[in-house]
Design a protein around this ligand. Structure first.
Ligand code: ZN
Length: 658
């Protein structure tokens, strides 16, 4: 059974935002620590601060989820395991993880820990959610933000774990976890929490320049009644970069809407807009109404509205704890502390008879009520004590401290596990290539063992299909039909792009190459993916050559323009139109990015320059090689393959794998 009570999950970029989240009335809070989370620029918490934060949240009966939602390199996994055990022991209720390697390591070493799989894992369908529940023991999956209400409901009502959706806050233009734009344009990796948000800049299509990649913030405040019946467990408010005022204000409104089981009124939407908006809000994805009204930027008018808001300082009411002390001669001192339904009992030193100055009841009460350094205040206190006894004040202090500590203790502590890099199976070395259209495939394409074409325009010139990067459940019938058709026409391989595809592709008898879209950064991730039956895995293009050396025979993108973004909203639709769903956008430096619609007007936006390694192939000799052809003509593809056969030096602009 799913939780019948909807959870409001609020962000905390720092301690004051945490206070705001509690004040606003959330049920749970998520925050990152100073390493390994997708908001490196947020203030975040050190381990010491995290301890304090968890204690405060728990004192107020709020759950705490730690975000650990970046892709990690092997050398970071030891520290990761140490952090996770410490934070777990501090009482963190769950970890939000994006990297399949990190998730499988946590499950292996700390099976008792609750795992939530981040929206960075791009879960768009029921198979994806169920796969993560089964293969990684995830108790919750954060669904992709592009899903509409019918698909959200279908997954939530049918999957083997809880689902969480974003309800308010900033929108990424790219499908989360499928964005290389910030990395490729300036070396700041979105997958590593360093996104520089190049999507918020203007781009030109033909001669008109505008903010084609900047989405308004989302708000589902007008859809609460639908969400209440959707089977979703948790509603996430985005905003770990936002301040206390924003977090408390937004949380408070959603608290009211959920409690009163109703949609927001115009006045409440206005308040939300004042807290922060980019030319208003969008519910385009949720409503499956995808058009240019979803685009927006932060204007002076928006800022003006925010300045008009009055801010009041927030002070949290301290929760009350009740105490019961028993100081009986000859027995150990006992203190019972209760917080709501939680009750803990600790014992201290043995009570002795006083020789001269016995301790008074007033002394005991005074000492036990010193709760200034805790999140609590004293409620009822009941002291039963023998006459004429002595107990040192330091012993009483220790008793109080250990009782308060015990309120936060976890039942099953985790010893720090050491990271032991797994030894990987060595796959057969292969050369593979993606073409977007059969007309691009040149006659020297026998250089490749496998040639992939997109499933939508598969042709028997290719022996592999490239899976669409995003498949909603409502699209599976059509996809499955095309897959069977391609299989019948000679497709033996599938370039699998998402965990939600593995089962069906496998059951149709395809050999599987896992695309770079799985974000394989580390050995446990590759190990996990190979266990799912892959023949080979294309490593993340974000790995440097020195890092890739640990992955002998695994595949690298050796040639081609990297796909920078995969968008659910068609970039071309509202400008040059969708006739061919193909075109270019130009950035402020004049770099031209090729855009193409692949299925259902979802777009892939490619880098302006190709990765080129023809003259550096000795650096890649231990690897399988993957080529991506995007806007190359057949002749250009021919020349490229020839250049790789001959080890030719590049001409024109290019990027290297460093
Ligand atoms: Zn289109």
């Amino acid at each position: 059974m799913k939780n019948s009570k909807l959870e409001i999950l609020a962000p905390a970029g720092d301690y004051s935002a945490l206070v705001g989240a509690i004040y606003g009335g959330c049920d749970a809070i998520y925050f990152g620590t100073d390493i390994f989370n997708a908001r490196i620029r947020a203030t975040n918490f050190s381990l010491n601060e995290a301890q304090k934060a968890i204690a405060l949240a728990h004192a107020h009966s709020k759950k705490v989820y730690i975000t650990l939602n970046t892709q990690l390199f092997d050398k970071e996994l030891g520290t990761m395991l140490e952090y996770v055990s410490k934070l777990h022991n501090m009482g963190a209720d769950a970890f939000i993880v994006a990297d399949f390697g990190v998730a499988s390591l946590i499950k292996k070493h700390y099976p008792q820990i609750e795992l939530h799989i981040s929206t960075q894992a791009s879960v768009h369908n029921l198979d994806g959610a169920n796969f993560l529940a089964k293969a990684l023991g995830a108790t919750r999956v954060v669904l992709a933000r592009e899903l509409d209400k019918n698909n959200i409901e279908f997954i939530s009502k049918n999957c083997d774990c809880e689902t969480e959706i974003f309800i308010h806050g900033a929108h990424c233009m790219s499908v989360s976890g499928q964005c290389l734009m910030s990395y490729a344009m300036g070396g700041r990796s979105g997958n590593r929490g360093e996104c520089a948000q190049p999507c918020r800049l203007p781009y030109a299509i033909n001669s008109s320049s505008a903010f084609f990649l900047s989405l308004k913030d989302m708000s589902l405040a007008s859809h609460i009644s639908e969400i209440l019946n959707s089977g979703v467990t948790s509603l996430k408010i985005e905003g770990r970069m936002k301040n206390e005022e924003y977090v408390s204000g937004v949380t408070k409104i959603y608290r009211r809407l959920i409690d009163e089981k109703r949609n927001a009124k115009a006045e409440e939407i206005k308040t939300l807009g004042g807290l922060f908006s980019r030319q208003g809000f969008t519910d385009g994805y949720f409503q499956a109404s995808i058009n240019k009204s979803m685009l927006g930027i932060r204007t002076d008018k928006d800022k003006e509205r925010s300045r008009e808001l009055e801010s009041k300082p927030i002070e949290l009411e301290r929760p009350m704890v009740d105490m019961q002390a028993e100081l009986i001669l000859g027995k150990k001192a006992r203190l019972t502390v209760s917080l709501g339904e939680k009750k803990v009992c600790v014992e201290g030193d043995t009570i002795e008879e006083a020789i001269n100055a016995p301790i008074s009841k007033a002394d005991v009460v005074r000492c036990l009520s010193k709760l200034g350094s805790t999140p609590f205040k004293l409620g009822k206190i009941d002291v039963s004590m023998s006459e004429n006894i002595i107990l040192r004040i330091s012993s009483l202090n220790a008793l109080r401290r250990s009782a308060i500590e015990k309120l936060f203790e976890v039942e099953e502590k985790a010893e720090v596990a050491e990271y032991d890099p797994p030894s990987l199976p060595i796959p057969e070395k292969i050369k593979t290539a993606v073409f977007l259209d059969a007309g691009q495939i040149p006659k020297n394409s026998d250089y490749f063992d496998v040639v992939f074409l997109p499933l939508d325009n598969y042709d028997s010139l290719a022996n592999g299909v490239m899976m669409p990067p995003v498949i909603f459940d409502s699209e599976w019938d059509e996809v499955e039909k095309k897959l069977k058709d391609a299989r019948g026409r000679g497709a033996e391989w599938a370039l699998v792009s998402n965990i939600g595809q593995i089962e069906r592709v496998k059951s149709l008898g395809f050999k599987m190459l896992f695309d770079y879209r799985f974000n394989a950064f580390n050995r446990p991730c590759v190990e996990f993916l190979m266990k799912q039956g892959a023949q080979n895995v294309i490593l993340s293009p974000e790995l440097m050559l020195a890092q890739a050396r640990d992955f002998s025979a695994y595949s690298l993108v050796a040639y081609g323009k990297l796909p920078l973004m995969t968008t659910h909203k068609c970039v071309l639709k509202d400008t040059v139109g969708c006739d061919k769903c193909k075109g270019y956008i130009t950035d402020r430096q004049g770099a031209r990015l090729f855009v193409i619609g692949i299925s259902h007007h979802r777009n892939v936006i490619f880098n302006s320059v190709p990765t080129y390694m023809a003259d550096k192939l000795s650096d890649l000799k231990n690897h399988s090689l993957h080529f991506i052809f995007s806007d190359e003509t057949q002749n250009e593809a021919y020349e490229t393959i020839k250049a790789y056969k001959e080890g030719k030096a590049p001409n024109g602009s290019f990027r290297r794998i460093k």
